[in-house]
Design a protein around this ligand. Sequence first.
Ligand code: EPZ
Length: 423
Amino acid sequence: MDKIVMKGGTPLHGEVEVSGAKNAALPILASALLADGTTTFRNVPDLADVTTMLAVLRTMGCEAARLSGKKADTCEISITGTITPEAPYDLVKTMRASVLVLGPLVARFGRARVSMPGGCAIGARPIDQHLKGLKALGAEIHLTEGYVEARAKQLKGGMINFDVITVTGTENVMMAAVLAKGRTVMENCAREPEVEELARVLNKMGAKVEGAGSSVITIEGVESLNPVDHAILPDRIEAGTLLVAAAISGGNVLVKHARPEHLDAVIDKLREAGCTITAEGGGLRCKAPKTLKSVNITTTEHPGFPTDMQAQLMALMTVSHGTSVISENIFENRFMHVPELHRLGADITIQGHTAVVKGVKGLSGAPVMATDLRASASLILAGLRAEGQTEVSRVYHLDRGYERLERKLRGLGADIRRVKERA
Ligand code: EPZ
């Protein structure tokens, strides 16, 4: 198992490139199930979760692989032979987003058997809304032996009003409705840029999706869809994480390919904390202030402040001047990074789903443990500032969503490396 060893105190400088978006790549890879032939996706980040999704597609009988050499950011998925529409527990338990094959499978093959994703470190994360949406399109749903069994000779357009705003729920039902007979109207949908990106790909395949990016999506079902060649949009959460790296280290960094229109709420908070954020060269530059100011954060659905940036902003607030109140409203257990930040000398008090962060003069390096993807990023960010050495273990969490983050930070001057953890 790997761990990351780093020494803090170096202001980061230079340029860094953002990779393709994990949370767009996962539903988009699953959407390849909707069309015969070979689909090509470029700018696909090299992440553990992407590798798992490719494995899920292969277990069903697809040819699904990442190309090599100059095309190493490209994945090809070919559907030629018989598909066994099943996603096994062994894979789904490692990545709950595997559930995104459910909609495309039942729409395309009339049946799907997908393992129920269990709980997760950050919350219970049920999929009741995914199933509610598929039932509204006429699918029969049974839960047996830990699996969702969905069946429908032909899905029919319908009306869905989500009880809660769900990103992958919206995506799963979209991918089912594109091949349903008639019109589907989905209300209270997620408006994340990744949902819009999936709609872009589906429409390129020949679907008729309107309104993605708003809370009402309307879909006219079509008979069939075609394979496409598509480059995936940049990862706004990785971009946000790199902007915070510049801020917490007292540096000045250009994050290339970062899209301002996808990061409004994050940019607002960084500016409020005193950073200078400017659009430049097709990216975003972050210049840190002499003293960071504490700001309050409330996580909500897009376009509000993303829960996937909460831990990273908390790391920044640990060394800001003043007191910051951070409310996590999306997941019920997303403060696992707090006890680890305490180990670095942070002053944080948790009250229910709110954390009160009192800024301290400095942090001091220590061994800490990653507990989930974004928590691991927050520990690395705190390590960039902490005096002395910080060691972050269980970085397999980090590799699920960041493509060689330590190499990118080293390119900006950070003293950071990955080492094998002795057993
Ligand atoms: C997506 O997860 C992202 N993952 C998450 O990113 C992100 O944190 C989350 O959206 C919120 O932005 C992917 O896109 C692969 P939700 P998802 O369904 O779709 C409740 C990261 O760090 N809910 O929008 O699983 C749920 O429990 C990851 O990259 C139901 O109650 O999240 C949660 O409280 C972590 N019933 C809330 O809704 C349902 O059927 C939002 O969850 C579905 C969700």
